[in-house]
Design a protein around this ligand. Sequence first.
Ligand SMILES: C[S@@+](CC[C@H](N)C(=O)[O-])C[C@H]1O[C@@H](n2cnc3c(N)ncnc32)[C@H](O)[C@@H]1O
Length: 247
Amino acid sequence: MDNAMIATFRDWDHRTPTPWQRLANKVLRRLRIGATLIPNQPPMTNIEARMNLFHLLEQTLAYDVPGDVVELGCNAGESSIVIQNVLTAWASTKRFHVFDSFKGLPPPAGPDAADGVYTEGSMKADQEQLVGIFAEANLARPQLHAGWFEDTIPARLPERISFALLDGDLYSSTRHILPHVYARMMSGAIGFFGCYYDESILVRPHSRDYYKSPGVKRATDEFFADKPERVHVLYACEYSNGYFRKR
Ligand SMILES: C[S@@+](CC[C@H](N)C(=O)[O-])C[C@H]1O[C@@H](n2cnc3c(N)ncnc32)[C@H](O)[C@@H]1O
């Protein structure tokens, strides 16, 4: 089910900054005043997105869905440590694979260029950042697959997948990875999208375009047009997550 009402009922969506609050934050920063009107979020995720991730991943463990766990587009590992934390708490023997170029986004072409939301190399994180966050959290490191999805997927995907975090931001990246991941997902497995912005369900006028990843929704909707599953929208403050459960 969608859970947009947890934000849209009454004034429950109080944490997404308005343009004026952003401007005020900027002025406060310039004046070197150590306060903000709205707390700044970590760059890649936020508390609601992590809660969505936590509960969906835990569901696959509680229901004993067979297969390994993958994250496509792991960046510096902000979500990867949540995943590994849950796997560790469950003493799970599942393998956890993370994929990223570690060079940021590829050059946007075709529909991604037309969207004009992202530029080549944006969101670049290096492997050392990911290694560092795991060391800081004192967690076992996942299997790391550095390279363009077009080179690593499907070759390095595990044969069976129980949970997948798909977070490539671009139409081209999502279009490439989704069919391969879907084909390996077991019945009951969950696919979780870091960005799935559906204006017909949840409107986010103050969210920035790069939190909306228009290409992800387009590629995803094209793929699911002839599939039995539906992608549901989950509120995640400035983000909008999505998920489906494999039949
Ligand atoms: C939004 S970030 C991922 C954030 C991460 N999942 C998290 O929650 O912290 C998107 C990542 O996808 C990676 N990416 C996008 N397209 C890619 C491609 N074609 N090949 C490899 N990496 C790609 C980028 O390098 C970037 O780090």
